[in-house]
Design a protein around this ligand. Structure first.
Ligand SMILES: [Fe+2]
Ligand SMILES: [Fe+2]
Length: 269
């Protein structure tokens, strides 16, 4: 089974300062997938599709680009997205019966569960934006997950969603999934969760907690740089733009990191 994970497209509209050519990066991702991985079983975009979720055009642009993919694809939303604006362009085909942007896919004996971790809580006082940038899995979303895990008893499971579930990055750990134990308890109880893949922190990390491996990818926008020197040392680079390529079968799961936009050109012998 071959799964591709993209994240953090942050498509913008009329914002030349923050925009790092994010539309072009998405087109590069689509071209890379269609050239190198046209046989992928699924492509998942793990949220932050738009940089400002109330704007329609970034979603229209994302939909047009993703529609050019050869493999099947699905999406979920991140803290920058607005669920209703998203649905006005993408429809409800990627949603669960409660309207959350989460879906389940059985691919060659492996179940891929895509969760919607965008918060419905208001932003903390003094914070920019209407919604809490940290992640949330409310009871309705967790109940849906319970059904997906129960009906996947004995199957390997991969989980994809926007927010990291465990702290990995000093400068951004305040904005990961809130109350992650509700999720992690469920994943541990299932016993066959092979990997949890997220974006949001714009950084490549791998970690291991309570028997489950976790990965974050740098995604399609700027890349966070951690120097472990403290919170005041937060800064970013323009890239690379990075997707995960996940290979999984009955015995093993492998995560590759494909930097589809990188300052280092291919070496030609
Ligand atoms: Fe992001
Ligand atoms: Fe995010």
């Amino acid at each position: 089974m071959k799964l591709i994970v993209l994240s953090d497209l942050h498509l913008m509209q009329d914002d030349p300062v923050r925009d790092q050519g994010n539309h072009a990066r998405l087109y590069s991702a689509v071209e890379r997938i269609n050239t190198a991985y046209p046989d992928a079983d699924l492509v998942v975009v793990a949220g932050d599709i738009a940089d400002r979720g109330k704007l329609l055009r970034p979603y229209q642009d994302a939909y047009a680009a993703l529609s050019c993919l050869i493999p099947p694809w699905t999406v979920t939303v991140g803290n920058h997205d607005d669920r209703e604006t998203f649905k006005s362009v993408f429809g409800v085909g990627h949603c669960d019966p409660n309207g959350f942007v989460q879906s389940s896919h059985d691919l060659d004996g492996t179940r891929v569960i895509v969760l919607d971790s965008a918060s419905e809580e208001p932003a903390p006082e003094g914070m920019r934006g209407a919604r809490d940038p940290a992640g949330q899995l409310c009871p309705a979303r967790l109940t849906w997950l319970d059904h997906q895990l129960a009906s996947a008893k004995g199957m390997p499971v991969l989980i994809v969603f926007h927010h990291p579930a465990i702290p990995t990055c000093i400068t951004l750990d305040d904005w990961i999934l809130r109350s992650p134990e509700a999720l992690i308890d469920r994943l541990v109880a299932h016993g066959q969760v092979r990997h949890v893949i997220s974006g949001h922190i714009h950084m490549t990390t791998t970690s291991f907690f309570r028997g489950i491996p976790f990965t974050t990818i740098a995604g399609g926008h700027t890349t966070s740089v951690e120097d472990f020197g403290g919170r005041e040392n937060k800064f970013r680079r323009t890239g690379p733009a990075q997707m995960a390529v996940v290979l999984s079968d009955a015995d093993k799961t492998i995560v590759h990191f494909d930097n589809y936009v990188d300052a280092n050109p291919d070496f030609q012998k």
